[in-house]
Design a protein around this ligand. Structure first.
Ligand code: ZN
Length: 190
């Protein structure tokens, strides 16, 4: 697990990764507008986005409709499975254990994510599905691109959900917290 230090990258590399993460954030924002947990992703092949997805678990009442599964379903409608081996994933939140397993089985080339998923993360946040030595080639994973934006989207969602609850919780729980602890407090040991 590597934390991307965008400040240490050369300007072109940094702009390249940030460009796609911005598109992933746009998908997460769309999910938020539809009352879905705001997680969004894009798959990139040769510098082009070939698939996009946002969480759809609430609308579909299907717990497997995570952003990554939604995007891959779209890609496989138009492409052979092998194309995924030539793609990089940009996703706002670290893939969960289920998605990490799916991504590794398809041989996705690399995963770039925003914030860690401390409850269900499959690429270092909780389990290390991406690098478990019992399966073939490990999948490189880089976390921390636009981490604050990804966290703020999740917080907005929880505030929004609390406001809709029939008996709203105490007001202090509905306030949007804006301070974000530095990466090293939450980042898993690499
Ligand atoms: Zn998932």
């Amino acid at each position: 697990m590597k934390t991307i230090k965008t400040a240490a990258m050369d300007a072109d590399t940094r702009a390249y990764h940030e460009r796609f993460m911005r598109d992933a954030i746009a998908m997460a924002e769309l999910a938020l507008k539809s009352d879905e947990t705001p997680v969004g992703c894009v798959f990139v092949k040769d510098g082009e986005i070939i698939g996009r997805g946002g969480n759809e678990t609430n609308r579909t009442l299907n717990g497997t409709r995570h952003a990554e599964f939604v995007a891959i379903a779209g890609i496989l409608e138009k492409n052979p499975m092998g194309v995924l081996k030539e793609t990089d994933l940009y996703v706002t939140v670290e893939p969960c254990v289920m998605c990490a397993s799916m991504l590794r089985q398809y041989g996705v080339r690399a995963v770039y994510f925003g914030c860690w998923n401390e409850r269900f993360g499959g690429t270092g946040g909780v389990l290390n599905i991406h690098s478990d030595p019992s399966v073939d080639t490990p999948m490189p994973v880089y976390g921390g691109i636009f981490r604050e934006e990804a966290i703020m989207l999740l917080r907005k969602f929880y505030v929004q959900e609390n406001e809709k609850a029939p008996e709203p919780k105490q007001k202090k729980t509905r306030e949007l917290k804006t301070e974000i602890a530095p990466t090293d407090i939450h980042a898993p040991k690499s």
